[in-house]
Design a protein around this ligand. Structure first.
Ligand code: SF4
Length: 309
């Protein structure tokens, strides 16, 4: 069997080990060297191009159904739970807490919940919906299991590595939000980022008030492609009665240096991974808006136009 292996960036260092193992079982193995951002980003075009019989995708659970033979290989990581002791003091004011983590630590979530229950907390774990598959699991673009319990808890607790996943959940919730990061050894409330990102969003909208030419970014990544949304936004921009022009700009992985060369555009709108308009805004010289932010820009432009009549 000819197999294409695909690893997220953090696991690419193990590609050779897995390739040799599958070769020893009699397979022909090729490794994708393309940047990989999630199971929304399956290397199916590459697999078809090299006529692979199967794509083996490491490190993520299934995100969406695709019409190709894909095997998902989970990559559970056992984080040191001793750090939980240090979260008891900051969580002292809160009796009822909501727990969440990523797919890498979902097998540890019951142990984390047991720890808090033994220490007198009522623990709530949200059911998955959207792209997440397990209770308490969040993705960078899907914090449904956190948002669904936000009203029922006094504080939210994320256990796991990095800021990428908890930031998405933070921005979709309202309660005090504790980050327990076992790899950095940090235990801290990260609520301040709600206001920081709200200010950034307002800044992008204000910087787009005079925008006349809008570039609408579409990716060909199979789980992120949203051409219908791009068409809707293009029509909306050009039919808003504001004399604006729009073009749809397509790429697989956006090269922001290349997009910065498109000097005719005054602002860009993202229709790909929703985190791009949150995390990558500093990489473009022009504002990079979400669809909601674009709507706000159009609303303000219309108001300004009406006030000048
Ligand atoms: S956050 Fe972005 S990269 Fe991650 S799974 Fe969602 S769409 Fe894919």
């Amino acid at each position: 069997m000819r197999i294409l292996l695909q690893f997220p960036e953090g696991l690419k260092q193990e590609a050779l080990k897995h390739a040799k193992k599958l070769e020893a079982e009699g397979n022909e193995v090729v490794v994708s060297a393309t940047p990989t951002f999630g199971a929304c980003d399956l290397a199916i075009d590459e697999a078809k191009n090299i006529k692979a019989d199967k794509l083996v995708h490491f490190g993520h659970a299934e995100f969406h159904h695709v019409d190709f033979n894909v095997e998902y290989v989970s990559y559970p990581i056992d984080a040191d739970l001793s750090i939980l002791e240090r979260s008891l003091e900051p969580l002292r004011p809160f009796g009822k807490i909501g727990l969440m983590t990523t797919i890498q630590h979902i097998h540890q979530l019951d142990s984390v919940a047991d720890f808090f229950r033994k220490n007198g907390k009522e623990v709530v774990i949200g059911k998955p919906y959207g792209f997440a598959k397990k209770s308490g699991q969040i993705l960078g673009c899907d914090a449904g299991s956190a948002a669904s319990i936000d009203r029922n808890v006094e504080a939210l607790v994320y256990f796991g590595g990095g800021m990428f996943h908890p930031l998405g959940a933070l921005l979709m919730t309202t309660k005090p939000f504790l980050l327990i990061e076992p790899f950095q050894g940090s235990v801290e409330f990260i609520d301040k980022y709600r206001e920081i990102y709200a200010k950034r969003s307002r800044g992008k909208i204000l910087a787009s008030i005079d925008a006349k030419n809008i570039g609408i970014l579409v990716t060909t990544k199979n789980g992120q492609n949203n051409m219908p949304m791009a068409r809707i936004l293009k029509n909306k921009v050009e039919n808003a009665g504001l004399g604006l022009k729009a073009a749809i700009l397509v790429s697989n992985t956006f090269d922001f240096g290349s997009i910065n060369n498109m000097l005719e555009f005054d602002a860009f709108v993202n229709t790909a991974c929703p985190r791009i308009a949150i995390d990558d805004t500093d990489r473009l010289r022009k504002p990079l808006l979400s669809a909601n932010e674009l709507n706000e820009v159009l609303r303000i432009q219309a108001e300004l136009k009406a006030s000048k009549k």
